[in-house]
Design a protein around this ligand. Structure first.
Ligand code: SF4
Ligand code: SF4
Length: 204
């Protein structure tokens, strides 16, 4: 269990909660912290125990920094498990998605910069090809990570990144989970138009 206390900001709490509720379409104030959503979240163990109910807690307390930068906001799979379990029909995945967009709009980075790199690589690749090719997308993701390390002069991290990801790529290739072919979707122009219309250039 996380022992990290969230900060209460009485001035921010009401405005922030209303903003997140309006943008996500979720009735955040109806959450009574029963934690049913927490039990099924597949990434909760990898988020420093930021569970869906705790994400909501951050929002209603007005702890904007924690809400925008925590791991669940950036690692949420949008699987809707939390929403199907919630007695109040709160879809926390939509809240996480909203917070991620708010962070990007405000130029706020997640606790781990590679999360943002992953999203950027995913969207860049989707926009260009209309679908994901593992080699291309992961290659762009790794280049972005290495560029971050290079800017900090962290050459050890670059070597470590190359070693660990080469090992992972080889394992995936052996399991036939890494495809070397490059395909583009016929409707990629339409997908690109939809992305730009719904999210604007700030996503990419
Ligand atoms: S299941 Fe719903 S009401 Fe219960 S803690 Fe999660 S979001 Fe709140
Ligand atoms: S939608 Fe996100 S927050 Fe909800 S259970 Fe899935 S990963 Fe967890």
């Amino acid at each position: 269990m996380s022992t990290q206390p969230y900060k209460f900001d009485s001035q921010a709490a009401d405005i922030f909660t209303r903003e997140v509720a309006a943008r996500s379409g979720q009735n955040i104030n109806s959450c009574y912290q029963c934690k049913r959503c927490a039990a099924g979240c597949p990434v909760a163990e990898d988020t420093g125990m930021v569970t869906p109910n705790r994400l909501i807690r951050m929002v209603v307390l007005g702890d904007i920094e924690s809400a925008l930068t925590n791991k669940l906001t950036w690692k949420c799979l949008f699987c809707h498990t939390c929403g199907t379990r919630c007695p109040n029909n709160i879809k926390t995945g939509r809240i996480a998605d909203t917070l991620k967009k708010m962070a990007l709009d405000a130029g706020i980075d997640p606790q781990q910069p590679e999360y943002k790199n992953f999203h950027r690589a995913f969207f860049h690749y989707s926009l260009r090809h209309g679908r994901i090719n593992e080699i291309g997308m992961m290659g762009e993701f790794q280049l972005r990570n290495m560029w971050d390390h290079l800017k900090k002069g962290n050459y050890v991290a670059i070597v470590s990144e190359i070693m660990s990801k080469s090992t992972l790529a080889w394992k995936m290739f052996k399991q036939k989970r890494l495809h070397l072919s490059f395909h583009s979707s016929k409707g990629r122009d339409e997908i690109s138009r939809l992305y730009k219309k719904s999210a604007g250039r700030k996503w990419i």
